[in-house]
Design a protein around this ligand. Structure first.
Ligand code: CDP
Length: 218
């Protein structure tokens, strides 16, 4: 069983995907964390983000995997736990650029498909329904109005200890969505077979209930 969850930043995808996978006993794969890891490494190495060849080489030589803690999923990049580092505003500001290169995406998509082979998965990202799991039994597209998405992202960053400017957060988030929607390969979009859920006025539990009822209906 494959469940794809796509949508813009702050729509609640990862919280929901984590809960859903726990409820169903499936593997959870956070594909955004993979693009973020690569971006973190590129920034560490001072790689020019306009240098497609360098980013392609980097993607080829980077190992990313997930480790499940009792409560959380940890992101391991080349044997280093960078779960916190990849959520920094610097990484958020650069990740869409890194994710815009087709050759980089091909490597990531291949790895994601390999991770999802022969297991039941919940995968979240931008291009899961279209590119990574086109045969997924369920394709959800989570969205929310921009004020709510910006509010959630601001809260998240505050909890992580960043001092944040909400207006700037909203601006950066909208810019990232725009970039994610306009790239040639793996662009963020609603598919013909997407089930769209607006989470603006719903709690995580309500979204979870909705999704479970759709799955259990069949
Ligand atoms: O947590 P948030 O929704 O803000 O973002 P994320 O899921 O961690 O993804 C970060 C970025 O990675 C996105 O803005 C995309 O540029 C890129 N991404 C992608 O291109 N394809 C995916 N399947 C997942 C993420």
């Amino acid at each position: 069983m494959k469940i794809a969850i796509d949508g813009p930043a702050g729509a609640g995808k990862s919280t929901l995907a984590k809960e859903l996978s726990r409820k169903l006993g499936y593997i959870y794969i956070d594909t955004g964390a993979m693009y973020r890891s690569l971006t973190w490494k590129a920034l560490q190495k001072n790689i020019n983000l306009e240098d497609a060849q360098a980013l392609f080489n980097l993607a080829q030589n980077t190992k990313i995997h997930f480790r499940n803690d009792s409560d959380n999923q940890r992101v391991i990049c080349d044997d280093m736990d960078i779960s916190e580092e990849i959520r920094s505003p610097q990484v958020s500001g650069a990740v869409s650029r890194v994710a815009s290169y087709q050759e980089v995406r091909k490597i990531m998509v291949n790895q994601q498909q390999a991770m999802g082979r022969s297991v039941s998965v919940v995968m979240d990202g931008r291009d899961i329904g279209e590119c990574v799991l086109p045969d997924a039994e369920y394709k959800f597209f989570l969205t929310a109005n921009r004020e709510e998405r910006a509010r959630r992202r601001t809260e998240e960053l505050k909890l992580q200890g960043y001092s944040v400017n909400p207006e700037l957060i909203e601006k950066d988030m909208l810019q990232r969505d725009k970039d994610d929607m306009k790239r040639d390969m793996g662009a963020l979009k609603i598919l013909d077979d997407s089930i769209v859920i607006d989470t603006s006025n719903l709690t995580i539990d309500q979204v979870l209930e909705k999704i479970l009822s759709i799955i259990q209906e069949d």
